[in-house]
Design a protein around this ligand. Structure first.
Ligand code: SAH
Length: 222
């Protein structure tokens, strides 16, 4: 699945993802067409594979970014508040912002200052990205994402871009009712995507989706 969708340009890549059924929704397609991955991936930006961004982090594969957006989509509306934990390159943070503007906000959290700076810098490479930063639609902060970002909670949608060693209850606590959490979690030697829905009454239900390989959600390196 991973390599078939690679393209020569950003538009090629997105259309190939759509052709292979990895993007199904027009809104996700439009948002991903609106963000050039070359601003976020230092090499081979239009390959459908993860790429190293330094500091033992990777920008996830485009099909994973598409899958996360498709999953969270009902909670990504103009005006929605979103938390992107393990924001790394800032690519997905930008795509999420495209899906919640106007009026929405996305907070990108990473525990490595250099990556917070990298994401901010990457977003500054395009006029659209600069506008998102200047308007406060997007901001990047340095923090331990295992604690969420309580200051701006509750969120309509929370995305976690690194594999958690446990189900951190605090993340579900920071969801609105209704709201949705998308998080990879380790089970033994494997990692799975879990999607937790909190309903209007505040009750949460967790679903195990599919196996993945993410960078771990860990202590910050010393
Ligand atoms: N969505 C990002 C994924 C980056 S890789 C992208 O596609 O670019 C995962 C990121 O999670 C790394 O940047 C890493 O620094 C960050 N991370 C790992 N543990 C973390 C923690 N406890 N708190 C915040 N960020 C963390």
């Amino acid at each position: 699945m991973a390599w078939r969708s690679s393209g020569a340009t950003n538009s090629d890549l997105i259309h190939n993802l759509e052709h292979h059924g990895l993007i199904q929704d027009e809104r996700v397609k439009k948002a991903m067409l609106g963000v050039d991955r070359a601003h976020y991936a230092p090499a081979a930006p239009y390959d459908d594979s993860p790429q190293s961004i330094g500091h033992r982090a990777t920008i996830s594969a485009p099909h994973m970014h598409a899958s996360a957006c498709e999953s969270l989509l009902p909670f990504l509306r103009p005006g929605s508040r979103v938390l992107d934990i393990g924001s790394g390159s800032g690519y997905l943070t930008h795509v999420l912002a495209e899906l919640v503007k106007p009026g929405g906000t996305v907070v990108g959290v990473d525990h490595i200052q250099e990556l917070v700076d990298l994401a901010t810098n990457n977003m500054g490479k395009s006029a659209e990205g600069r506008e998102l930063l200047e308007s406060g639609t997007v901001k990047f902060v340095k923090a331990d994402g295992r604690l969420g970002w309580p200051k701006e909670a509750p969120y309509d949608a929370i995305h976690v871009g690194a594999a958690a060693s446990e189900h951190h209850k605090v993340l579900t606590d920071q969801l609105k009712a209704p709201g949705r959490l998308f998080v990879p979690v380790e089970e033994g030697y494997q990692q799975w995507i879990f999607v937790t829905d909190k309903d209007e009454k505040g009750e949460s239900k967790r679903k195990k989706e599919y196996g993945v390989q993410y960078v771990p959600l860990t202590d910050a390196p010393k």
